[in-house]
Design a protein around this ligand. Sequence first.
Ligand code: ADP
Length: 404
Amino acid sequence: MDYMSQKLVFVINSGSSSLKFSLIDSKNYKKCLTGIIECLNLLNTNVSWKSKDVCIKNFYLKSYMNHEEAIRFILTEIIQKKMNVVNDIVSIGHRVVHGGEKMKSSAIINKMIIDNIKELFCFSPLHNPVNLLGIESAIKQFPSLRRKNVAVFDTSFYQKLPECTYLYGIPYIFYKKYGIRRYGAHGISHSYIMKKSAEIMRKDLKSINIISCHLGNGASVSVIKNGVCLDTSMGLTPLEGLIMGTRSGDIDPSIIFYLYEKVKMSIKEIKNLLNKKSGILGLSENTSDFRNSEKKYFFNKKAKRTVDIFVYRLVKYISSYFFLIAKKIDALVFTGGIGQNSVLVRELAVLKLSSLGFKLSKKFNNENGLKNNFRISTEKSIPILVISTDEELEIANETVRLIK
Ligand code: ADP
């Protein structure tokens, strides 16, 4: 393939069973390559990717491919053989979910950063270990770019949360001694949404006020005042807050004691229940895929219950955050797989929020805002936007900023 010589950022978003990757031009931020390797460490590891000339869907690679093999495959088979742009890569950006209190912003990766990421395994057991695997594999595969790897933390966006939103109502010593506090997650996405909303609303970043709803497999709501996040629904870990694909979101902690003492479940089993078997999956007694419940909403009791509970919790968060920005609000924004695509969720949620000044345009909502400059609200309503999130772009931006 013939690609113009350029300076490219390789972005890696490494999850437990999937690895998303892209190559982004560091000058104009155009994407030359996007892709995902799915079912890592499982049967049927497969790859999908898209570049200027090629679009491959679910191509079987092998079974039980690990993170290192995945990065080697992307490097040799796609970037080298198919695109021939290996020498154009100048930096690598990594998503890291938990940066704790020490990682206040994105950072060039060195031993200290790696040690800090490891220290936070306890607060993000599902994410930080695999984020680190991605980092270590990339360093091995690209030894000449060793000092050009950047970690972009989801938690950085929440560094300015006020004490009253990040502290739990437990003895203060547990915060001081063990760092138990609310850290938030999905910060990279909410940060992108904030910037894009400012652009759409033609506002300065320093004066943008929005409520941003990232509704995907993981889901969270953040409220942003004058370009600073004041509160967010995820807490010490991404388990708190909204109902999610397989996560329970908020529960009374006494449920844990009950399950342990009366039902005789082990702590490991309870952890698994709340993280992997609850949420949409647990309520629907079918699947974590939201589309399934949405499709059956009008004729299946379980599906209706699932969607209604999801929407109720969402509305509860949006309305409780509304008072923080009230009349200054510039927009309510939906993003993530459900936020961007579910006409039903937006319709049910906004209907419940009508007394606050939100009103949907049925037509624009049905079109996911695609034909009306992102807007799905009526003229008289507080603006409601649907924006497709782009965490990769946000990571590339941060990587270029730091490597410069
Ligand atoms: P992740 O957190 O894994 O990045 P996504 O943002 O891709 O998740 O969102 C995945 C969720 O979005 C799934 O529950 C999926 O069912 C849901 N989703 C995708 N498309 C639609 C759609 N057209 N209508 C409703 N839900 C959808």
